[in-house]
Design a protein around this ligand. Structure first.
Ligand code: PRX
Length: 656
């Protein structure tokens, strides 16, 4: 692990106050109001969350204990019974929202659908009944491998409705990655589609599912439920594969929501760690529902007149928390878009904003950098005046990209919420509340009420103002991950043991470096562990290395990230070959494709360097720090005295 260093401190003095007109109608209207909320929550977190849980959610039965904290294991709202699908759907049906648009969907080829809350409820009930008919029961795990179509959200809500946990696997992951995740989660059924549209091509999702399940590779999966989207021919295995449009004709239109225990498993979502296979991050029902509800309400300031668009894919946590659960729990109108900006339609995002009058737009720095590159003429050709709030998530945003977003997309009128959080945190942790907190380009600003963040050294001592350190969270929060699925030891090791408890107080280790400035604003500097962020997606170096080593020509591999203007980081691999293999351009191509097959296109190395040996410490550890400098074309600096064989480094330097 590298230490965050003071050198990465960036100096930024621009400050943008919340526009008065925005603050006046916002849920949280002023800095004083935020500070009061923050102080209340800090003084008595349990009361703070319990009051909100009472006021904001529907419970079938009230909890008896707000929080049970046996570090590092937390339970929230013990004894409480609720259903997140009920909170996202049913409770709106007795209000005027019944016929309000819940989902407005735009497909890549230009087709579109709108589902009101009443219609979405009906779809979810039918989907839930089909799942039941196919043998899915409370407590089972369902894999979801879908394009960005309404049925992705419908499937998630249907699982939640009957008490089955979902594990959504991003449609860009390979059959191998899907297989590993389905096996780890012991999924009983897979929901997929014949295909999905992405950049003017069809992603053959069902074909990938067939590959993942071939030869009984996932013995727990009994059925595959297939949604028709693209209508290209696909194979349907008799007895195993079922069309959704056929199954739905034989089920009832209503399916009562199952009262779930607050701590019942809601979903597993896999994320990369610094070592080994992806971790199954476990989220449970009550705390997650409350926290995503509150953050959606206060961070995005969602009002009934808003058209809210988050451009993430449902395969990532952002899609779970801020396309599906948080916004629907608030009764918002959610826009969902199937595609991505592409050569044939580089301005499609701006077209969608204009077409539907989007008011809140939430995207990632990697997308913003791509927009900048494509040119101002694209957004300028559209009327973006409906926008009132912008958001960003996924990686640190460079201040100049922030300024471009503010000026060109937000017309200097929209606040920007730079939201820091993780798959593990379930919801947004550090962020401006747009009517209350002045923003500084590049800073996620201040913690959400109830979140006790800090920047500390490896002993847990707070560092000085403006000094770099490790970002930690010092008190449990409702949507924190409960464990790593099937591996509580890994949960402990990954999040709670890097920094030892101080006076009995446990620190959740985020894996990010940060500093806090004189105004208490947080500046997140990026990962301090061996995780690479490509286009805002976390990839473990270890996973890519394992993929490379699984190729017969590869003896050893080391993977590092190299700063990249568009993607944030690019994957660079250093590889030593088996005696029987020799370096060639063809092999480079083959290895890149091998990584794509094993993990997915997002993990494709940008560069592969062959080397006779890798730089190692005397104890045999690969010195990734040196490789990172080499990959970035920088002078290798710092301590190299632990290097076992200096000539390895000299040779690599010549070749790179
Ligand atoms: O390094 C931080 C970065 O993304 C990591 C979490 O990745 P993931 O679990 O895939 O979730 C992404 C979406 C929530 C963090 O550890 N990150 C996320 N948001 C920000 C960020 N870094 C800086 N600023 C952000 N706003």
């Amino acid at each position: 692990m590298t230490s965050p260093t003071i050198e990465s401190v960036l100096h930024e003095e621009r400050l943008f106050n919340p526009p008065a007109a925005f603050s006046q109608q916002a849920h949280i209207k002023s800095l004083e109001e935020y500070e009061q909320l923050y102080a209340h929550a800090k003084a008595d977190p349990q009361k703070f969350w319990a009051d909100l849980a009472t006021k904001e959610l529907h419970w079938f039965e009230k909890w008896h204990t707000v929080l049970e904290w046996q570090p590092p294991f937390a339970k929230w709202f013990l004894g409480g019974k609720l259903n997140i699908s009920y909170n996202c759907l049913d409770r709106h049906l007795s209000t005027w929202r019944k016929n309000k648009a819940a989902l407005i969907w735009e497909g890549e080829p230009g087709d579109s659908r709108t589902l009101t809350y009443a219609q979405l409820h009906r779809e979810v009930c039918q989907f839930a009944n089909v799942l039941k008919q196919l043998g899915v029961q409370k407590g089972d795990v369902v894999g979801i491998y879908m394009p960005m179509i309404p049925e992705a959200a419908i499937a998630m809500l249907a699982c939640a409705r009957i008490g089955a946990a979902h594990t959504v696997v991003f449609g860009g992951f390979s059959a191998e990655a899907l297989r590993d995740r389905l096996n780890d989660g012991q999924a009983k059924l897979v929901v997929t589609a014949d295909g999905g549209w992405r950049k003017d091509a069809i992603v053959p999702l069902k074909e990938q599912v067939d590959k993942a399940l071939a030869d009984g590779a996932v013995p727990t999966v009994q059925n595959v439920l297939v949604v028709q989207r693209t209508q290209q021919p696909i194979a349907m295995a008799a007895g195993r594969d079922h069309w959704w449009h056929d199954c739905r004709t034989s089920v009832a239109a209503d399916c009562p929501a199952e009262p779930m225990d607050s701590e019942d498993l809601l979903f597993i979502l896999y994320t990369s760690g610094s070592t080994g296979k992806p971790k199954g991050v476990v989220h449970t029902t009550g705390g997650y529902n409350l926290y995503t509800h509150m953050t959606t309400k206060w961070v995005f300031d969602v009002q009934d007149t808003d058209v809210y668009w988050c451009t993430a894919d449902v395969g990532w946590i952002t899609g779970h928390s801020y396309i599906v659960y948080g916004p629907l729990s608030n009764g918002a109108t959610v826009l969902m878009y199937e595609g991505a900006p592409r050569a044939s339609k580089p301005g499609c995002f701006w077209e969608v904003i204009e077409k539907y009058g989007v008011t809140i737009f939430y995207t990632a720095p990697t997308a913003i950098r791509a927009f900048i590159k494509m040119g101002d003429h694209l957004p300028k050709a559209h009327d973006l005046s409906s926008l009132r709030l912008l958001g960003t998530v996924g990686e640190p945003i460079n201040p100049e990209a922030w300024m471009w977003y503010y000026r060109v997309i937000g017309g200097e009128r929209c606040p920007i919420v730079d939201t820091w959080w993780q798959t593990e945190t379930g919801g947004i942790m550090i962020t401006p509340l747009p009517g209350a907190i002045a923003t500084k380009p590049g800073s996620a600003t201040r913690p959400f009420p109830g979140i006790l963040a800090d920047v500390v050294d490896l002993e847990g001592n707070p560092v000085q103002t403006n000094e770099g350190g490790y970002l930690v969270i010092k008190h449990p929060w409702p949507s924190m991950l409960r464990t790593v699925y099937g591996d509580p030891d890994r949960f402990r090791r990954s999040y709670w043991e890097h920094i030892p408890p101080v006076n009995g107080r446990y620190f959740y280790f985020t894996g990010d470096g940060a500093r806090r400035d004189e105004d208490g604003y947080y500046w997140v500097m990026g990962r301090v562990d061996d995780v690479i962020s490509v286009s805002g997606h976390r990839l473990g170096t270890m996973e890519i290395e394992s993929a490379l080593v699984s190729h017969p020509a590869v003896a050893e591999a080391a993977v590092v990230g190299r700063p990249d203007e568009l993607k944030g980081e690019e994957v660079v691999a250093f590889v030593t070959l088996e005696e029987t293999a020799s370096p060639s351009e063809a092999l480079v191509k083959e290895l890149k494709q091998h990584v794509v097959n094993e993990i997915g296109a997002i993990a494709r190395p940008g560069e592969i360097h062959f080397s006779d040996a890798l730089p190692k410490t005397r104890s045999g550890k690969i010195m990734r720090r040196l490789l990172r400098s080499l990959a970035a074309g920088q002078e290798v600096s710092g301590d190299t005295s632990t290097l076992e064989d200096r000539s390895v480094l000299d040779k690599l330097r010549e070749d790179t």
